[in-house]
Each structure stands twice: as structure tokens, then as C-alpha cells.
Design a protein around this ligand. Structure first.
Ligand code: ADP
Ligand code: MG
Length: 698
């Protein structure tokens, strides 16, 4: 029998059941059903008598007989109640759904094995929707130590496709198709890594005879799933590198050397040097660079960007850097003007508020090539902006830009400019491998020397007065303070009220004229926001009350205290980003996380993590564990959410191994053209045809 045949070929699967399997679980073929994996197994080696049942016994198996059945009218419909007895006592079996169908199938005074979870009420036990089968059916079956529990839906169980029915279907299926299950791993591979064969793995994933066999089956199937994802990602990268041509920056020239030797205000950290080398290697090959540069806030990405742009200029190309907000773009621009003073490099700024006359001048200079570096916002993506020869585009704070916008920049030249995406949101290694596995990734994992670690504490709302006192002391010393309120989209009105209440109470506590307060929030006009930001940046105000609009990139080195109100409502990465606003100057900086006493266990973990570490990668790992990959940026398009059995977080050791072995395999055989890799190639080709999701990751 062929695995591509519809499930109706399986004994016991009617057309009606097949339709249900398709509409509820997307299962059409025998192969689909074979790959519906149990999400849990129950151990049914143990039997209980009714007088042994404990209030705490969760799922139990009992042998007995039904002594009576009745239906009890309820507000809506009715429920079915059966009295179930063994020699030691009675319990009630209860059904709320499928009453009619079940009532017809129950036999009184026939020995049954029932299994399920107990509900206790007034010292009496009942078992809602038990699994049951007659003792004779139970005995006639091949007995397994462990039983699989399959994913299901309400509709499936209502229509009689219970877990037991599912199990029987899959058992029948396995009997019918076992011989036609095809191996996907070459023999040498199975031998070398001691994998289960595909058949054994599938048999034991459904009907394991022991924990050990189950573990082996799971390992083989998880490995296989992750391995083929890695093969796809790595091949995609190989293809990109060999097919998509990029400009060659072959030499380190005058501008780079001049700047490096005479104007670089500090020694680069080793991490910065290493990343620059990685970039230089990329842009010298003739292939197109598509590199992600990760580095915590303050790790010094900007200087790496600048040096990279100088490299482009030395080779006769222009460069651009795009930031997500006007404030950030302006900051980059001012910083670069300052750094490039005394060099021959020209730099200009283009944002939404650039005046028409200036804009024309910039367009002109871009087209005739006299402008080397253009800094800007989204305004850069406008059609009128034409470069003479754009060699590299650098995108800062990547999460603010969509993929579509990134690729739009490509269309401006003959060849696509090299792309360097910089982000301060660390991507955990597991995700980097599974989601961005086709990108090149550089990491700045070292802060410039002399930084003081930000001291972070968690305080309850009732400590507020002490916190205010601390703020006054810091302001007295000439420092500035942020006070941030959460902004959660669903309840914007309420958030706004919280912010305004907070602003008022802070105004009362910090009266003018002694204290000056800025306020910035999402409902303000951009010009007003900028005005307030500027007052704070210039030191005219000591306190900045804000929602999370200040999250990205803003640099006020004299601000040394970050107070986060209702911090339990923020996500970890957001807390980390916010904290990064302080600790930018020479002074000791502080982050104070205020919360109510009512904390969820996740909330507690988040705050504790913040207090314990400032390492962005550690924080990202915790975040991933708490939220799961589905909520982390970028995963939606990647397919890691469609995994059938592996979990990129829980199975990260297997993921690492799969990646290493995939790399080794492709190093030895980049086209999978060796005869022993025929099976790999076949699976890869099938996956490429089927999903297509891999084409739009970057
Ligand atoms: P980010 O990675 O957050 O963009 P920046 O590039 O803004 O960080 O750098 C943060 C600060 O650290 C800047 O003031 C920058 O001048 C400084 N800096 C960067 N690299 C070094 C270094 N190697 N030594 C000393 N200071 C550095
Ligand atoms: Mg930056």
C-alpha cells in the first residue's frame, strides 16, 4: 500500500471519518496520519480498585461493571450518568457531550476497563468522559506498556473519534503500510550516528514498548526534522552566495586608513575588530553580503557601520545608513559629522522633515556622486532618491523595518548593495540557527572598556517614597531621570490615563521651578515629541516621563536613572531595551523596576532575570523559554512553528547537533550529488516543492 493514498484506504476509516480528519486536523493521506504524533503517553500498567482511589489520583484505570444508566436534564440538553462498580465501591461515569451516541453503545453488566481523570465532589468521585473498552476487547489486544495520546479537537471527540478510535486507526494503518515506509537516511548515516531506522522510529513513536524505545524514536524523528531544516537553510545560503553577485570592495584605501589612524577616538574592542574582519571578508569575494550584526545597546555598532562605509567609499561606492526614527537618524548624522571632521568624506541627512530645497540638493549630490554617505529615515526609500552607485546599505535597529522595505532598496542599482542589518535585540542561539540560519551573523559580545554595570533593583509600589527620595538625591548630583509607563495597545485610553496620573503625581512630588519635567507619549505630534526630547537631551529638564516611545536608540549620557512603572507588564526584551537608555555616561547608573505585589510567576521570573543579569543574550534565552518561539520576531515566516515533533527551545541540543552534521554533510558534498546522499537530495527536493516558506525569510 502506498502512503500517498487517502486515509479511506485504512481499515475502519469511513468517508465521513476521513472528512473529519481532514477538516479538523488537515490529515488527508496515510502519510499525514502516520505523522500525527502523540503529544503524551499514558502508562496503563497499573490498575486501581475503587476504594484505593485518592483525592489526588489524577488519571486512573479501573475494572468494573456499569450497574445503571440515567440521563439527567440540565439547563441546556442533558448529561448521561452511569454508575460504575467494582467489588469495593462505586463511582459515576459522566458524559456531557455525544450523550445519544454513547448511551447506545454502553452495555450494562459487562466488564469494562475504564480510564480517566477523577473529579471529586463531597467526597465522591466521578469520571467525566472516560476512555473505556470491554475487558474482552482489552484482553484481545496487543498490550502496550505505554499508550499514545493524540492531538484532537472537540468536534472529533463529539463525533466519536476518540483517542481510542484514533489509536485503532493508526494501529491498522501501521499494519497495512509498515512495509512501504521508506527510509530517508542513508545506511552509513544510520550506522554512524546509531539512529533508529525510519520504520522502527515510526512504530515506536506510536506504540512504544518502553521509555527507552520511545526516547530513541523521538530522537530519530526530531533529529530528522531539524536536520532537513538545516539542510534547506544552509543550501539556501550556499545558493545565495554563489548566485547573487555583489560589488567587490577589494582595497582598504585612504579614507579608511586616514580615519583609522588619525580620527578614531578610541581603540576598537576585540569584538569590533573581529566583526569588521568578517564584513571585509564578505565584501571582498564578489558575492552579495546579507549580514546581521547583533550587539547589545552600547556595544559600539555605529563605529563598525562607519568603518564599513569608509571601506565602500575607498572603493568608489556610496553608502547609506537608515534609522527607524528621525531622532535616531539625526543622532547618527551629528555623530558622524563630528567623527568625520577633518576628513574628505561628505555626509548628509535626509528625513521626512528635510526642506524641499535641501532635499533637491541632496538628490543632486547623490546622483553626481559628490555625496558619500547619506543618513536618514524611511524617507531614503522614496523613489526620487537615486544613488550614483550605492555599495552598501546599513539598517539600524532592524525590528522596525519590514522585509519588503529592505528589498526595495535593492532595486536602485545594477547590483544589489551589500546589506548590513544592525540590531540590539539579541537573538538566542537556538533561534539564530533555526530562523536566521541562512543569514550571516556577526556578534559584538563585548562592551567597550570602562563601562559601569547598571545596578538594577526591584521595588514594590509601596516603596515609592523611598524611590522618589533616591531620585531627588541623584538629580541633586546633576543627573537626569527617566520614568517610563507601559503602553499596551488594547487599552490605550487606560494607559494614557495611567501616564497622566503618573505625570501629575510626579509633578506634585517634584515641583517647578526647582524641577523641570518633560513628557513624551504616542499621542503627541512628532514635532512636539522632538521638542520635549531635545529639552531633556539639552539638560533643560531633569525628568523625562514617557511611554515606551523612548525605547529605541535615544542617547542622553547624563541620564543615569531609569524608573519603570508597572514593570511586571513589560516583556523582557522591552525591559532590557529600556534599561539600555541609561549607563551611557561615566556615572554609575540605576534601573528601578516598580511593580505591584501581585505578580504572575512569569512576571516574577522576568523581574528577577533583569535584576540578575545585564547580558542581552541571557535575557533573550529566558524570554524565549517564557514566551516560546511563536512570539519572537521573525519566527512566523520561518517554519519553526510548523515543526511536528521537535521544539527549537526544548530540543536545542539536538538542533545544535543537526546543524553541525548538516554543515559537515554539505562541506563534503555541497550539491548532495554523491550517490550515498541520494536520499537526502530526494527529501530536500520534496520539501522545497511542498513548503516554499523558505524563499521569503530574508
Ligand atoms: P550601539 O551598539 O548601541 O549602537 P554605539 O555605537 O552608540 O552603541 O556606541 C555606544 C558608545 O560607546 C558611543 O558613545 C561610542 O562612541 C562608544 N564606543 C564605541 N566603541 C567604543 C570603544 N571601542 N571604546 C570606547 N568607546 C566606544
Ligand atoms: Mg545604535
Amino acid at each position: 500500500m502506498n502512503l500517498n493514498q487517502p486515509v479511506t484506504y485504512i481499515k475502519g476509516v469511513s468517508v465521513a471519518r476521513a472528512e473529519l480528519l481532514y477538516s479538523e486536523l488537515g490529515i488527508r493521506t496515510c502519510r499525514d496520519l502516520l505523522h500525527l504524533f502523540p503529544f503524551r503517553y499514558v502508562d496503563k500498567t497499573q490498575f486501581y480498585t475503587i476504594n484505593q482511589l485518592q483525592q489526588n489520583s489524577s488519571e486512573v484505570q479501573i475494572v468494573g461493571k456499569i450497574t445503571g444508566i440515567k440521563t439527567v436534564k440540565q439547563k441546556r440538553g442533558s448529561r448521561l450518568v452511569a454508575t460504575f462498580a467494582d467489588a469495593t465501591g462505586t463511582i459515576e461515569l459522566v458524559w456531557f457531550k455525544g450523550v445519544k451516541w454513547i448511551q447506545d453503545s454502553l452495555k450494562v453488566n459487562t466488564p469494562y476497563v475504564v480510564y480517566g481523570k477523577l473529579n471529586w465532589f463531597n467526597g465522591k468521585a466521578s469520571m467525566p468522559h472516560p476512555e473505556m473498552e470491554t475487558v474482552s476487547a482489552y484482553k484481545s489486544k496487543l498490550q502496550m506498556a505505554m499508550q499514545p495520546v493524540y492531538p484532537s479537537t472537540e468536534k472529533l471527540s463529539n463525533k466519536g473519534i476518540t483517542n481510542k478510535v484514533m489509536r485503532t486507526m493508526i494501529q491498522n494503518l501501521l499494519q497495512q503500510v509498515y512495509g512501504s515506509i521508506e527510509e530517508t537516511f542513508p545506511k552509513y548515516f544510520i550506522d554512524e550516528y546509531q539512529f533508529f531506522g525510519k520504520k522502527e522510529a515510526l512504530l515506536n513513536i506510536h506504540f512504544p514498548k518502553s521509555q527507552e524505545l520511545l526516547a530513541k524514536a523521538q530522537y530519530r524523528l526530531k533529529f530528522e526534522e531539524l536536520f532537513f531544516i538545516q539542510i534547506q537553510l544552509l543550501l539556501k545560503k550556499l545558493i545565495r552566495k554563489s548566485k547573487i553577485k555583489g560589488y567587490v570592495f577589494e582595497k582598504v584605501g585612504e579614507e579608511f586608513t586616514n580615519f583609522y589612524e588619525n580620527y578614531l577616538p578610541f581603540e576598537l574592542t576585540n569584538a569590533q575588530k573581529r566583526v569588521l574582519k568578517e564584513i571585509r571578508k564578505d565584501v571582498s569575494t564578489g558575492a552579495h553580503m546579507n549580514r546581521l550584526l547583533q550587539g547589545d545597546v552600547g556595544s559600539g555598532k555605529t563605529i563598525v557601520a562607519l568603518l564599513t562605509m569608509l571601506l565602500a567609499i575607498d572603493n568608489g561606492y556610496q553608502a547609506t545608513i537608515m534609522a527607524p526614527t528621525e531622532i535616531l537618524a539625526t543622532q547618527h548624522y551629528n555623530g558622524m559629522v563630528e567623527l568625520l571632521k577633518g576628513t574628505n568624506v561628505t555626509v548628509n541627512l535626509l528625513t521626512g522633515s528635510t526642506k524641499t530645497k535641501k532635499r533637491r540638493e541632496i538628490h543632486q549630490n547623490l546622483e553626481d556622486g559628490t555625496l558619500h554617505i547619506l543618513v536618514g529615515t524611511h524617507a531614503l526609500l522614496e523613489d526620487k532618491v537615486q544613488f550614483k552607485n550605492l555599495g552598501i546599505a546599513i539598517i539600524d535597529e532592524q525590528h522596525r523595518f519590514g522585509v519588503a522595505q529592505r528589498s526595495k532598496m535593492w532595486q536602485k542599482n545594477e547590483l544589489p548593495p551589500h546589506i548590513l542589518v544592525m540590531t540590539a535585540t539579541p537573538i538566542p542561539r537556538t533561534l539564530a540557527m533555526s530562523v536566521y540560519g541562512d543569514l550571516d551573523i556577526s556578534v559584538i559580545d563585548e562592551l567597550p572598556p570602562g563601562r559601569k554595570e547598571i545596578k538594577t533593583v526591584h521595588r514594590y509600589d509601596s516603596n515609592r517614597l523611598a524611590v522618589f527620595k533616591f531620585l531627588k538625591d541623584e538629580i541633586e548630583k546633576g543627573r537626569q531621570v527617566y520614568v517610563v509607563y507601559p503602553l499596551i495597545q488594547e487599552s490605550e485610553a487606560m494607559d494614557y490615563k495611567d501616564l497622566m496620573d503618573g505625570y501629575e503625581s510626579i509633578s506634585r512630588e517634584f515641583p517647578s521651578p526647582k524641577y523641570q519635567i518633560s513628557i513624551v507619549h504616542g499621542q503627541m505630534k512628532p514635532a512636539d515629541k522632538d521638542y520635549e526630547m531635545e529639552r531633556f537631551a539639552n539638560g533643560e529638564t531633569q525628568i523625562m516621563v514617557a511611554t515606551t516611545v523612548i525605547e529605541v536608540g535615544v542617547n542622553v549620557p547624563n541620564a543615569s536613572v531609569m524608573v519603570i512603572e508597572s514593570s511586571e507588564r513589560f516583556g523582557l526584551s522591552q525591559l532590557h531595551q529600556l534599561r539600555g537608555r541609561v549607563g551611557r555616561g561615566a556615572e554609575q547608573s540605576y534601573c528601578i523596576l516598580l511593580s505591584s505585589y501581585k505578580l504572575s510567576s512569569d512576571g516574577k521570573t522576568r523581574l528577577q532575570t533583569m535584576v540578575e543579569t545585564t547580558d542581552g543574550f541571557k535575557i533573550a534565552e529566558v524570554d524565549l523559554k517564557l514566551r516560546g518561539p511563536g512570539n519572537i520576531m521573525g519566527t512566523q515566516q520561518s517554519g519553526v512553528l510548523n515543526l511536528k515533533i521537535a521544539d527549537v527551545v526544548k530540543d536545542s541540543p539536538i538542533l545544535h547537533q543537526a546543524r553541525q552534521i548538516a554543515i559537515k554533510t554539505l562541506n563534503e558534498d555541497p550539491n548532495l550529488s554523491k550517490p550515498e546522499h541520494e536520499l537526502f537530495l530526494k527529501t530536500y527536493t520534496q520539501l522545497q516543492k511542498k513548503t516554499g516558506i523558505w524563499s521569503n525569510i530574508s
